[in-house]
Design a protein around this ligand. Structure first.
Ligand SMILES: *Cc1c(COP(=O)(O)O)cnc(C)c1O
Length: 344
């Protein structure tokens, strides 16, 4: 597969903006920087941030086991996803494929970018219908989004289905692994060298506990990463975000411990949910949330709001009629949730 043939013509010939920090790349502490029209008085953020986020990428490279040149960072995965659209999808011409029920941003971004959405609903076990997906794809189908573990259903997709889709889909397959750190499945990022059309997105917003700093991660071939680097805003990850990411990633054992605790709480929560009589189904979860089917999702949602608990009502999503999604909280929060569910 030739990736160059998938890139938008305008992007292929684009000459990127060259920032002051791009043009001078030395790293000498005693240089006098008079190139970027910054205020020279030091306050911690008076200088532009590193446009390539070298230190954050080095730490992530070590933690994830992926070479730095295969990493691009964005202002949340949402920016990463937007860059992917702008690199590959020609407005009013191309289309993308999503598999509902799934994360809403794929469709929102398609609509913003005037890209047609083709959708193939997941089967009754929330697995992709591989043959139908390959059948619906046409020569303008540039992106296929696989969210695994999937939001809002919580399950991972079968590895054999994912592999077949990567091999046979003629565009880019984007695997959104926002919840991979809660799962026992291996990240597809470890298989980038086998599949030139594979992209994997992850985030610091969930397991890493940094939703507030907005840092999204993209893993892909060097060829694809270099295309995204050409179209990204030069300083898309701000200095405070980079500093916070560095200090948290340097003490990554804390994240590992927290993930362990969340997984234990998830199992405890599942056990307790079985005793709530109007919950008819608890879907298996590989993530930090649980989807359940109840008698009347909107009624139960409103009852919980009245008791001061906010969860997500997913009843309007295809295949999720009367389904509610709970995020796994602290032990105290989960106890309040369970006690309240049993009392209403
Ligand atoms: C939460 C979530 C993200 C994360 O988005 P950020 O912009 O990085 O916070 C991405 N994909 C899915 C499926 C999510 O649920």
């Amino acid at each position: 597969m030739n990736i160059q043939d998938l890139i938008r013509p305008t992007v292929k010939v684009l000459k990127p903006y060259s920032s002051a920090r791009d043009e001078f790349q030395g790293n000498s502490g005693d240089m006098v920087f008079l190139d970027a029209n910054e205020n020279p008085f030091e306050n911690g953020v008076n200088r532009y941030p590193d446009p390539k986020q070298q230190t954050v990428k080095s730490l992530l490279s070590e933690i994830k086991g992926i070479p730095k040149q295969n990493i691009l960072l964005g202002n949340g995965s949402d920016e990463v996803l937007d860059l992917i659209y702008r690199a590959f999808c020609e407005p009013n011409h191309d289309n993308i494929i999503t598999l509902p029920p799934t994360y809403g941003m794929y469709s929102v971004l398609a609509n913003i970018n005037a890209i047609e959405i083709k959708s193939v609903q997941l089967d009754e076990n929330f697995q992709p219908k591989v043959d139908e997906i390959l059948e619906i794809a046409d020569s303008n189908s540039k992106l296929l989004f696989l969210c695994s573990p999937n939001n809002p259903t919580g399950n991972s997709f079968e590895a054999s289905s994912i592999e077949k889709l990567i091999k046979e889909f003629k565009g880019i397959v984007v695997i959104d692994e926002a919840y991979i750190d809660f799962s026992n499945e291996e990240s597809w990022a470890s298989r980038l060298s086998e599949f030139p059309n594979l992209m994997v997105t992850q985030t610091l917003s969930k397991a890493y506990g940094m939703a507030g700093i907005r840092l999204g991660i993209c893993f892909a071939s060097e060829e694809i990463i270099s295309v995204l680097n050409r179209i990204k805003p030069p300083y898309n990850v701000n200095e405070l975000t980079q500093q916070k990411a560095i200090s948290q990633l340097e003490q990554n054992e804390l994240t590992t411990q927290q993930v362990e605790a969340i997984l234990q709480e998830r199992e405890a929560l599942v056990k307790e949910l079985k005793f709530v009589d109007y919950i008819s189904k608890i879907y298996p979860s590989d993530a930090n949330f649980i989807l359940v089917k109840v008698d009347d999702a909107t009624k139960r949602y409103n009852q919980l709001i009245k008791k001061g608990i906010v969860i997500r009502n997913r009843t309007t999503q295809p295949g999720c009629e009367n389904c509610l999604r709970f995020t796994v909280g602290t032990p105290e929060e989960n106890k309040i949730l369970i006690d309240t569910l049993k009392s209403i």
